[in-house]
Design a protein around this ligand. Structure first.
Ligand code: SF4
Ligand code: SF4
Length: 274
């Protein structure tokens, strides 16, 4: 069994308790218009190609014999400016687990662990389950998920985690479909189960100007989460630059000038992240 991973980031302090290594799974069933990881959307390996500083030398387009370059019809090894690279590498469970376990003594002393993120890790539920089972009892295991997964996949993966961080973006199903491409019924069903599961968890809401940050939506989210922990995350304005590199178009439907003031008074246990 193999998992497709598009990044492994060490020393993260935003993806759970302590200092963490975050494993980014490639592929997501949602298409949030504000997504800050466009290179994680496709469930296949793809080319990440920046154009700023390109010398137009043509070296990357000349025929080459490298096996890994054939898929893309470009040479990935010759660019003098390092502008062309593949996104997405297949790992088997043992190789990835061995890499993550090399940091065990560091995590033990710093109080961190690993976090499965994406994209959406639950799109590769079998691989996640196998990886988590392999690491269980050795590292602190967390997952960041949008929650859009078959209930049985959701349960068998998050049950193997020490911490679940789950997005709640929009409570109205039609608005959710408009801005993420899917309804929220499955997500809310999984979130309701999580709330009563006994698994340590927190919810997260990205504050997207005039979309998720409206008082109506935040009040509805506050009612849903009750006393559970929730983090409100700032809109990432740097995401747009990455879209062109994977041949996608960033939306012009988000206007940062339309951000609503955030009133935390109707939440019982919220943190507004900077
Ligand atoms: S769920 Fe996350 S990774 Fe998927 S499209 Fe939305 S913001 Fe991007
Ligand atoms: S090798 Fe690099 S600098 Fe030359 S054309 Fe390709 S991307 Fe541009």
């Amino acid at each position: 069994m193999q998992g497709l991973i598009f990044d492994i980031k060490e020393f993260s302090t935003n993806d759970g308790d302590g200092v963490r290594t975050t494993v980014f799974f490639k592929g997501c069933p949602l298409r949030c218009i504000w997504c800050h990881n466009p290179e994680g959307l496709s469930p296949n390996p793809e080319l990440y190609e920046r154009t700023e500083g390109c010398l137009d030398c043509g070296l990357c387009r000349a025929p080459c014999a490298h096996e890994e370059c054939r898929t893309f019809g470009r040479c990935l090894h010759v660019c003098p400016k390092n502008l062309v690279r593949p996104v997405g590498r297949y790992y088997d469970v043992d190789t990835l687990a061995a890499r993550l376990l090399r940091q065990k003594s560091f995590f033990d002393s710093m109080g961190g662990g690993i976090t499965l993120s994406g994209g959406e890790p639950l799109l590769q539920a079998d691989f996640c389950e196998a990886l988590l089972t392999r690491l269980s009892g050795q590292l602190h295991l967390a997952i960041e998920t949008c929650g859009y997964a078959a209930h049985e996949d959701f349960v068998r993966v998050v049950s193997r985690c020490d911490l679940v961080m789950m997005d709640l973006k929009l409570m109205d199903p039609n608005t959710h479909r408009t801005y993420t491409g899917v309804g929220n019924e499955q997500i809310l069903a999984n979130a309701k189960w999580l709330k009563t599961s006994g698994i340590p968890h927190l919810f997260r809401t990205p504050l997207i100007p005039d979309i998720t940050d409206t008082e109506e939506n935040l009040r509805a989210i506050a009612n849903f989460v009750g006393t559970d922990r929730i983090e409100l995350l700032p809109y990432n304005t740097l995401a747009a630059a990455k879209y062109a590199a994977v041949h996608r178009t960033f939306t012009d439907r988000i206007d940062p000038e339309h951000a609503h003031p955030i009133d935390l008074s109707f939440f019982q246990n919220a943190v507004l992240r900077k």
